[in-house]
Design a protein around this ligand. Sequence first.
Ligand code: ZN
Length: 178
Amino acid sequence: MVRSRGREENTRGAVEAHRNAMIRVTRRVEFSAAHFYHNPSFSAEENRRVFGKCNNPQGHGHNYVLEVTVAGEPDPDTGMVLDLKDLKDLLEKEVMERMDHRHLNYEVPELAGQIPTCENIAAVIWRLLEPRITKGQLDRVRLYESPDLFADCTAEVTVPRAGDLEGLEAGRRAWRDR
Ligand SMILES: [Zn+2]
């Protein structure tokens, strides 16, 4: 009985010594971009009805706030899940250089054929970042379109692409060649 309890204590002690907490760390960046909502497979009337003033083809701008969360255990040598400077550099390269001061309908190849909603942009950012995070795991991409509206992407999902992709592509080409 006594010996058995002693073993348990040793076991528990050994486990506790190696146990670390799962932590989520978040980095925030801001970028400005323009967009509008339009589905070429809808009639003009349907586009206006579904998307309202967001359908205006002249576009409008937002100051997006992006929060990227990585989950993991702090490295015992550094105390960090990952180096947040590395995460900042990754966001600069993959998000800011692609999207800051861009027209999201026309200038971001990863959004080609998609309506650039907060949801779709968050999903694109997830796909850009997920394979490039080598310490910890991407846990959440939260994108604020305004202070009271945001979308969370927490995993990759497969969805069929909707609408007339060729119509969206033609719009991109026309804008590029204008
Ligand atoms: Zn908008």
